[in-house]
Design a protein around this ligand. Sequence first.
Ligand code: MEV
Length: 283
Amino acid sequence: MPEAVGEAPGKVILAGEHAVVYGHRAIALAVDRRTRVRLRSRPGPSGIDHSAIADPRLWPALATLLPAEGVGLSIESELPVGCGLGSSAALSVALIRALARAEGREAELEELVEKGFRVERVFHGNPSGVDHTVAAMGGAVLYRRGEAPVRLRLGRPLRLVIANTGTPGNTAEMVAGVRARGHAAEIAAIGALVEEVARAVEAGGPIGALLRENHRLLRAIGVSTPRLDAVAAAMEAAGAAGAKLAGAGGGGVVLALVEEAAPVMAAAAALGCEAFAVEVPEG
Ligand code: MEV
């Protein structure tokens, strides 16, 4: 196999996590933190030469796509695992791109979505597919399970701060917990709220209160933690229009909508979070 490299971005969910598992729409945004996969030929069984991601699910997931023999793989990643930033999805898309390039071609969206699901299922059991779809498409995406994803056109840029609480969560466990507890009314309310967020974002209207309501509903379905609540409250107290946990919860990141990033990043840092700013452009 000739040497080949593939890469893909992480993501953050603006609204609709968990409800998307039940057929509602979610809004996901690609973030410019990436995972890169490098392939080379090596004698004997395929295997990992080097990996920035240490996770027991890693090899079984990669093995769904790699040939059994002859491929060595190196993984570099700017995405922490289990933090709601779609690290496994970025990895799967990066790997599929690299494998296609090793064959002298570029992977199409359909191939990324179909094969990405195989990898994501090993990591997360029965995911909705939103994470690897946005990793494959980039930009802002409206996603519903089983439908072609739709690109969301922003009426004005979104300025966000993402703060990592440093405690990972486990997506499969969080999704299973929500299923076991039920929460049908809150799931339906999240689904309805996503439609409001989508209309507001397209019109360039305010969404701070909608994000705060999304966080409240996520807390009601039992996926927030005292630390996620505290970080979201601190970011709002520092000037964010709204903040919510993003991703499966149980740990991971808080996303805040801001006018000015610096004071909100400082508030998150004061609580021990690594924070970074993201600007999603208009259009
Ligand atoms: C994870 O990024 C989002 C969840 O809705 C799970 C999924 O969609 O598979 C919690």
